[in-house]
Structures are given as structure tokens and as C-alpha cells.
Design a protein around this ligand. Structure first.
Ligand code: BG6
Length: 314
């Protein structure tokens, strides 16, 4: 029973919205709003916030909360007939009291299962029946794990296709001192150039202007190095071949009502996604996607960050 689990607290958050707080004994925590099934906070054992949340985030449903981890389903971006990033991030999810078991049972005690199903209203814009499940779990070491299971429950025999993303806003100290390792040499679609396809050149990614790129067929492990804070975020993903990297930079930051003018300096979206090739499910079929993120101290090698330690350890 949820209420007997000392690692989970269901309570009210900003504007009285329902949220769950996940806690681990070492002091790590995470918060998940039922609106959007959205993780809005992830803290390490020192209570340091690891996800970016906009200083102007509104917490006014049905708008998505600007920051944290947004679930983009059944459409990522603008390719498709739906609103940008689909509707899942704008809907009220429910706690799933009895989810189907996971094949490999984990020993995590701090977790919550949420579910979003079709509504009569949404059927008008996306004519399908589905179950979209999300498990958010906090590992004993503070790792944050998101697992999504999407099932086609159509009764008319029809398949459906979707794209999906964990739109993740990482907190960084100074964007101009951040490097992303693991995406170099990959092909990407540049959203700022009509989705034209290019190949990434050279070394790790660094940032000095607006970026909005969809990297295709990315490795399962990516590292984000926050040089200033000597912290490395390590992403491990499964079932999500693409990675979207986004920072709006100064001009677009000013144009967004729920984003502070200088917020772009302190965030970077690195989003594990399934964008280029949509997933197709026949009735009764299920898709699974998974993201695991951890924050580890960066290590130095002759005054330089040594991303290999972060990328290839563990
Ligand atoms: C990114 C997209 O993931 O999300 C960008 O690649 C988009 O194109 C950004 O601008 C923010 O989208 P939204 O709808 O949350 O403002």
C-alpha cells in the first residue's frame, strides 16, 4: 500500500497540485507532479537540486511545468498533427495502484507508478485507446530511473504510431562551461535549419549560442560535464535511440513567458527520445523505454576534465 511506504509521500505542491515525494535514506529525493506525470525535482544526498526548474514556472494546468522532466507523447516536437510535444505533459495522470509486474524485479523502495489512459476528449484529436504507464524510481545511490510502458488497447483492430521523449532539463552552473560527451560524429537533424541533416564534427559539444538538434542513433550512455561544479551527469537509456539537445539562448529565452531572461545560462535539455523512427504498436502490443540518470563528481586529468572516467566507469 502506498500509504505504508515511508519512501513515498503523496501531498500537495505548488498551487495545491497533487505531487509525490520520493525519498531515500541517504537524503536523496525526487518529486513528481500528477499533472503531466512530470518530475520537477531531483536532489542528491547534499540536497542539491540537479534538475532545472524555471524561475517563472507557472504550475497552471493544463500548461506543462517549465523544467524538470516532461513526458512527450504521442508526439515529440511539431512533426505530426498534434500540439508541440503531444498532450501527455498537459494531462492529469493517476497513481497506478496495481501496475503489471516488471520482468526483472528491482529492489528499489522509493518508486511510484503513474498511468495515463485515453479520454473521450483526446480520442477526437488522436483516435486511439492506450495505456501509458510511468514508473519513477530513486535508487539507493540517488540515481533517478524512469520507465515507460505504452500499450495499444484499441478494440477496433487498429495499430498506432507515436514518438516519445523524456524532455529533461538539467541544472548547470554556467552553460558556457558545459560539455556533452557521446554525441560527437553522429548525424543530427537541425531544428534551427528546417530539420536539415548534418554530421557532428570534432570533439565534445560545447555551447555558445542557441542549439536545437536531434542526434540520431545515439549511444546508450551520454555524459554532461558541468565544469564549474565539477559534476557529471551520466544518462543511460534503453529503447530511446535519439537524443535532443536544446538551449534557447538569450533571444528565445526572452520570448518565453514562463522562462527567466537569464535562465538559459543555467540549464541544458538533453532529451532521450524516439523521434526519427516512430514506434508502431498493434492492438495488445507494448513498448518500453527507459532512462536512468546519475550525478557523479567530475574527475580531473592534467587540469582537464576527464570525461572517460564518467563515461566508461560503472
Ligand atoms: C525542445 C525542442 O526539445 O523543446 C525545441 O527541440 C522546443 O524545438 C523546446 O522549442 C521547448 O518546447 P516547449 O513546447 O516546451 O516550449
Amino acid at each position: 500500500m502506498m500509504s505504508e511506504n515511508v519512501h513515498i509521500e503523496l501531498c500537495k505542491g505548488v498551487n495545491g497540485l497533487d505531487k509525490a515525494i520520493l525519498r531515500e535514506i541517504r537524503g536523496c529525493s525526487a518529486e513528481v507532479y500528477l499533472n503531466g506525470g512530470q518530475v520537477t525535482s531531483w536532489k542528491n544526498e547534499f540536497r542539491e537540486q540537479l534538475l532545472f526548474l524555471s524561475s517563472k514556472a507557472t504550475f497552471k494546468p493544463p500548461n506543462a511545468i517549465r523544467g524538470g522532466i516532461q513526458i512527450c507523447f504521442p508526439q515529440f516536437g511539431t512533426i505530426g498533427s498534434l500540439e508541440q510535444h503531444g498532450f501527455a505533459r498537459n494531462r492529469l495522470w493517476s497513481v497506478d495502484p496495481d501496475p503489471p509486474p516488471f520482468p526483472s524485479n528491482t529492489s528499489h523502495r522509493a518508486f511510484i507508478d503513474l498511468i495515463l489512459g485515453h479520454s473521450e476528449e483526446d480520442v477526437k484529436i488522436w483516435p486511439h485507446r492506450y495505456e501509458c504507464r510511468l514508473r519513477v524510481a530513486l535508487g539507493p545511490g540517488g540515481d533517478l530511473m524512469l520507465t515507460s510502458r505504452i500499450r495499444n488497447t484499441n478494440t477496433d483492430g487498429k495499430s498506432f504510431s507515436f514518438t516519445f521523449a523524456y524532455h529533461t532539463y538539467f541544472s548547470v552552473t554556467d552553460i558556457s562551461e558545459v560539455r556533452v560527451e557521446g554525441l560527437e560524429t553522429l548525424d543530427y537533424l537541425d531544428n534551427l535549419k528546417n530539420r536539415e541533416r548534418f554530421t557532428e564534427q570534432g570533439d565534445a559539444l560545447t555551447f555558445e549560442s542557441e542549439v536545437d538538434k536531434v542526434y540520431l542513433g545515439a549511444p546508450t550512455k551520454i555524459a554532461i560535464l558541468d565544469h564549474e561544479r565539477k559534476r557529471t551527469y551520466v544518462l543511460r537509456k534503453d529503447g530511446l535511440p535519439d537524443v535532443v539537445v536544446w538551449n534557447p539562448w538569450d533571444k528565445k529565452a526572452k520570448a518565453m513567458a514562463d522562462f527567466g531572461d537569464d535562465d538559459y545560462k543555467h540549464m541544458l535539455c538533453v532529451t532521450a527520445a524516439c523521434v526519427e523512427k516512430p514506434v508502431t504498436l498493434k492492438p495488445g502490443e507494448e513498448w518500453k523505454g527507459r532512462l536512468e540518470i546519475s550525478a557523479v563528481p567530475s574527475s580531473y586529468c592534467s587540469g582537464q576534465l576527464d570525461p572517460r572516467r564518467a563515461l566508461f566507469s560503472g
